[in-house]
Design a protein around this ligand. Structure first.
Ligand code: B12
Ligand code: SF4
Length: 500
């Protein structure tokens, strides 16, 4: 037990903390076999100081970082480098979406030794045991590492059966960081828990980072198992709302309705992410039951109203512009807010075509708002993910776009904006197009401020709505400085950046 493990969750959020499920689940996989600690960058003023205080004891052999694209890289990259320089004997293991999808730059950096390719629940303890015993690691599934100049990717494992995994060690986490402070005040409730109940997604949208990792596979925990976990957090720490962080919570109508029936008497509000075409197939009874059980809002990838582009995105074939509008209207009947995300700025054959598509998407979003003004709109600018072989990724490569090869290059401002899907470096998007998208977003957010910004007062909502009315109604989006100034002044909170 003296080869301890330090698991680090780099800072991802300024104010709203969430249970760091990625590292907590990894901790569960070694709990009882190894001693472990978590350092949560969201909860430490100086996380490196904390890391150092652990590593200076000399008892730590393994350091694991969870790394997703965007702000987490700001701590992940320099900290990993410094750790390797100061404690060269430490084995550095990265997991998470950035680590997996950008494993080449991670492993070429010289300070990341191993990358876990997808779920780490079995790969992580197996790797540590092999390293402890000095055994080869090439038999361990879901692993990526370097052998001289060659990158070795071992085969992918079958998806994990969530019900067979150990329960997350919440009480141990509570001793390091009070769990109560992880249960934040949100639009859903005063003590909102973040929870993940499934792996993967059965679809293959060509812009989505889940696809190369899970390859169209999905496996969920049973409704009973999810219910028991939720009740544990409710009974011990007073949770009264749930954010389901699953890539696709709604794959199985049966699992969802079973969960609703179990939870409905417990007065919990909840939110999750799903697909329009999947949930549109749900019966009216199921939708009514979901609302009754506390479902207040669902995040959906609407992406675009253009059927041709939807096809190119490989949304699975059944989502159409007409369906997106119909479904927004249907959700209104059930009093569940659809939170639609759109991806603007996808590649096209010519500049005119790209601009025309941006204009069409803007007018489609306004149509959605007419059908159901409560619909929340999230706008992303298309940022490619390396989904090898997809039609869209081939088009991206043809246009000359390349990911950075060096890990440090990801720290440059431009690449951070790329990660946040706010201003990508894609050759087909001109600054004029990006401005148009962003300016429209500003006007839209002013005319329809998100309900999820619970700090925005109702008088502020009225002021900004009135101020933006003329622009919104007359499609005048250029240079909305007055609205931007108010957003800045009131610290308007965009859920896609700060958390939903
Ligand atoms: C929670 C979350 C956030 C939180 C913060 C997360 C945190 N760590 O504090 C917030 C809301 C801040 C966030 C923001 C963003 N996110 Co985010 N986020 C998620 C979300 C919904 C859940 C992550 C999670 O907890 N999963 C549950 C755990 C148990 O699963 P897991 O992380 O996959 O972990 C397993 C394995 O990956 C592996 N593993 C992971 N880490 C490690 C570490 C070690 C050492 C090992 C051994 C194994 C390992 O083992 C784990 C157990 O099996 C995922 C989607 C998803 N369902 O995973 C997106 C996701 C990771 N986010 C994504 C993105 C792009 C972002 C943003 C950069 C952009 C955006 N606008 O969405 C922003 C960045 C802004 C910011 N402030 O950081 C993308 C990544 C896509 C990509 N291109 O790689 C995802 C996949 C969503 C998506 N489908 O697009 N996010
Ligand atoms: S449905 Fe959502 S999670 Fe699944 S592949 Fe498409 S975008 Fe990704």
């Amino acid at each position: 037990m003296n080869k301890k493990i330090l698991l680090f969750n780099p800072r991802s959020s300024e104010r709203k903390y969430r249970i760091p499920n990625s590292v907590l689940q990894v901790a569960a996989s070694v709990d009882g076999i190894y001693d472990w600690v978590i350092v949560d960058g969201n909860r430490e003023a100086d996380p490196y100081d904390k890391i150092q205080s652990y590593l200076n004891t000399g008892k730590f052999q393994y350091v694991g970082f969870t790394v997703m694209p965007g702000p987490q890289l700001k701590q992940a990259i320099p900290f990993a480098k410094k750790i390797k320089e100061t404690y060269p004997g430490i084995t550095m293991i990265w997991g998470g979406y950035f680590a997996t999808n950008q494993h080449k730059s991670a492993l070429s950096s010289g300070y990341v030794d191993y990358v876990i390719n997808g779920p780490g629940d079995y790969a992580f303890p197996q790797l540590l045991q092999a390293l402890d015993k000095g055994e080869p690691v090439n038999q361990i599934q879901n692993l990526i590492y370097r052998e001289n100049d060659t990158i070795i990717k071992t085969p992918k494992a079958e998806l994990v059966d969530y019900d067979k995994l150990p329960r997350l060690p919440y009480s141990k986490l509570d001793k390091m960081y009070s769990l109560e402070n992880y249960l934040g005040k949100t639009y859903l409730g005063t003590k909102t828990m973040a929870y993940n109940s499934s792996f993967g997604c059965p679809f293959t949208c060509s812009f989505c980072a889940v696809v190369p990792i899970y390859e169209a596979r999905w496996k969920g925990k049973s409704a009973q198992g999810v219910y028991e976990d939720v009740m544990l957090l409710k009974n011990n720490w007073g949770a009264n709302a749930i954010e389901f962080y699953d890539n696709n919570f709604f794959v199985s109508e049966k699992r969802v309705t079973e969960f609703c029936n179990l939870i409905k008497k417990h007065n919990m509000s909840w939110w999750g992410e799903g697909r329009i075409d999947t949930v549109h197939k749900y019966s009216d009874e199921s939708l009514a039951l979901m609302r009754e059980s506390g479902c207040k809002m669902i995040f959906f990838g609407a992406e675009t109203g253009n059927d041709e582009v939807l096809k190119k995105m490989d949304k699975g074939g059944t989502q159409t512009g007409k369906q997106i509008l119909e479904f927004a209207a249907r959700m209104k009947k059930f009093d569940i807010i659809p939170e639609y995300s759109f991806v603007l700025g996808t590649p096209g054959d010519s500049r005119q075509q790209v601009m025309k598509q941006v204009d069409e998407d803007i007018s489609f979003i306004k149509q959605v708002k007419e059908v159901n003004p409560d619909t929340e709109i999230i706008i992303y600018v298309y940022s490619p993910v390396p989904t090898e072989g997809s039609e869209m990724y081939n088009q991206v490569l043809k246009s000359g776009f390349r990911f950075p090869e060096k890990l440090e290059d990801w720290l440059k401002n431009d690449w951070e904006n790329f990660d946040l899907r706010k201003n990508p470096l894609t050759p087909w998007l001109t600054p004029e197009m990006v401005d148009k998208i962003k300016n429209f977003e500003t006007v839209l957010n002013a005319y329809y401020p998100t309900v999820s910004d619970i700090r925005l007062k109702s008088y502020q909502r009225t002021i900004i709505k009135n101020l933006s009315r003329f622009r919104y109604k007359n499609n005048l989006y250029q240079s909305p400085f007055e609205l931007k100034a108010l957003h800045k002044l009131w610290k308007y909170r965009q859920p896609e950046i700060q958390g939903f």
